[in-house]
Design a protein around this ligand. Structure first.
Ligand code: BG6
Length: 514
């Protein structure tokens, strides 16, 4: 039915034109969310705050409960306290929901943990009306994903109780540590859950600005026609962080930047840049195209990696006026560690749209600033009808999608400098999220948890995507293991090893400084 003209939403839009299009969101169905690893960092820093925010936006249903499971011997009350303290100013709805939260302490390899979990879940269904709907969140150490899945199956907790209820599982990254372990994990998960009920999370897909790549490309007539080898000179995707490994040295030693960022976040962003227009933005449409795009990325041989990749590790240095330790001095890190905290690489794509267009990816910790961005650098004009000396400061056109922290889009183009001569330089046209939309932008986890609860898998990673991303990354891992690419130090607070600049300079290009 059409909204009456004097409806509240109509008034809101009249008063604030910037709120146009920001309509209220769907409610999620009644359910119990079970967090495995509930006493851990991820639950405290990301999952519980995201749930509180969903509660404050009235997206959580009345019949909603969280059951925490972990080894720490907490009580229900301890867990409720953590849930309340997860945000600075919890809303009344969250406070009300938290009163019913439950906690099951126990070891994941002990079947009695899952017996007790079953009893609690049945009780919650009875008292809160959660109808047997379950969302399991695996926020444990990755080695335990398969163990938990099997234990759920053994206790009869992995299947819906009837045709109306659902059982879904959200799996955190890292999904495997190489292609073999990822395939093994997939086998274990598929022996318990069907693919449509497995929600592999990559929080970059939950970032508004990453999704905006799709809006930019497919909701506008002007970008897509030039989004190809005829106009694009090359693509750069940067995920730069100014933080070091913080208290995660032990974990990071087993991962490195390739596993931590390239295999997942960078590959996900890249797939959205490369994909063909989907017929619809839904779970199958979008993921089919993402897989096709990644399938066209050429997998280098281990020897080719030597000339296509740079790996670095930060040494001591300065960040924002503060002296910081080198990676090898961080707690939990081997003083002779060869784990990379920086990777730059060049990839090629073997299809009609992208043949011959180099794709440069880079990520690093302890770089001068936090910045994630995609740069589409266009070719130079075929002929410049101005004196070269007057166009020295003219750069090729570029479209920059700034994912974070200063979310927006910038178009760089050439303009005449005011004055008598025809002097030219590059200028920018800017769109900034902050000033165009006044609404609170949901955090990535908020968006993704809401989607998983509602059963929308569009932004989650399908098994074949994970597999392809590992296929691309695997030769790099091998080259690291065989020391074919030497590890280069870089001082904290700089843009990585000099070799990363050479990777582009040899083709007459350079990295954009965010
Ligand atoms: C995580 C990595 O997946 O992403 C971290 O494990 C990294 O090492 C983080 O710091 C970056 O996420 P964001 O959202 O801060 O860019």
């Amino acid at each position: 039915m059409a909204e009456p003209e004097n409806s509240l939403s109509g008034i809101a839009e009249l008063e604030n034109p910037l709120s146009a299009g920001l309509e209220s969101e769907r409610m999620v169905p009644s359910l119990v969310m079970v967090i495995f690893g509930a006493s851990g960092d991820l639950a405290k820093r990301k999952i519980l705050p995201a749930l509180e925010s969903l509660a404050s936006r009235h997206i959580l249903p009345h019949s909603f409960c969280v059951v925490g499971v972990a080894r720490s011997s907490w009580s229900d009350e301890d867990f409720r306290k953590v849930a309340i303290e997860a945000t600075d100013n919890p809303c009344p709805t969250w406070r009300r929901l938290v009163e019913n939260f439950r906690y099951v302490p126990g070891d994941y390899s002990d079947s009695t943990t899952f017996e007790r979990l079953r009893t609690v879940l049945e009780e919650v269904d009875r008292t809160i009306g959660t109808r047997g709907n379950r969302l399991y969140y695996l926020a444990t150490l990755p080695d335990l994903f398969g163990v938990v899945a099997k234990a759920l199956a053994n206790e009869g907790l992995s299947k819906p109780q009837n045709d109306e209820s659902f059982v879904r599982v959200v799996v955190e990254k890292p999904y495997g540590r190489d292609i073999d372990s990822a395939r093994k994990l997939d086998k274990e998960m598929h022996s318990v859950f069907s693919e449509e009920n497995i929600f592999r999370i990559d929080h970059y897909m939950g970032k508004e600005t990453v999704q905006n790549v799709l809006a930019l490309r497919f909701a506008n007539a002007i970008f897509e026609p030039i989004w190809n080898r005829r106009y694009v000179d090359h693509v750069q995707v940067t995920v730069a962080e100014s933080i070091g490994v913080e208290h995660r040295g032990g974990f990071y030693e087993t991962a490195g930047a390739l596993r931590d960022i390239v295999q997942n976040h960078l590959m996900q962003v890249l797939s959205l840049v490369l994909l063909e227009p989907p017929s619809s933005v839904d779970a199958e449409g979008i993921r089919n195209e993402k897989v096709k795009a990644l399938s066209a990325v050429l997998i280098p041989t281990v020897d080719e990696v030597a000339s296509q990749a740079v790996r670095g590790q930060y040494g001591p240095g300065w960040i924002e006026g503060k002296e910081v330790a080198g990676y090898r001095e961080e707690p939990g890190v081997d003083p002779e560690s060869k784990t990379e905290t920086y990777v730059a690489m060049e990839l090629r794509v073997d299809n009609w749209r992208w043949a011959g267009v180099p794709i440069y990816l880079r990520t690093g910790k302890r770089l001068p600033k936090r910045a994630t961005e995609v740069v589409m650098q266009f070719q130079r004009v075929p002929h410049l009808p101005f004196a070269r000396s007057l166009a020295r400061n003219l750069e090729p056109n570029a479209l920059v999608v700034r994912v974070q922290p200063d979310e927006g889009v910038t178009l760089r183009f050439g303009a005449k400098i005011p004055g008598g001569e025809f002097r030219l330089r590059s200028v920018s046209m800017d769109f900034s999220y902050g000033s165009s939309f006044l609404e609170h932008t949901p955090e990535a986890y908020e968006r993704l948890l809401g989607d998983a609860m509602s059963g929308d898998a569009t932004l989650f990673i399908r098994t074949d995507e994970v597999d392809r991303a590992w296929q691309i990354v695997d030769p790099f891992l091998e080259a690291w293991a065989e020391d074919i690419v030497p590890i280069k130090p870089y001082p904290a607070g700089t843009w990585g090893p000099k070799d990363a600049d050479l990777l582009l300079q040899r083709a007459g290009r350079r990295w954009r400084t965010p």
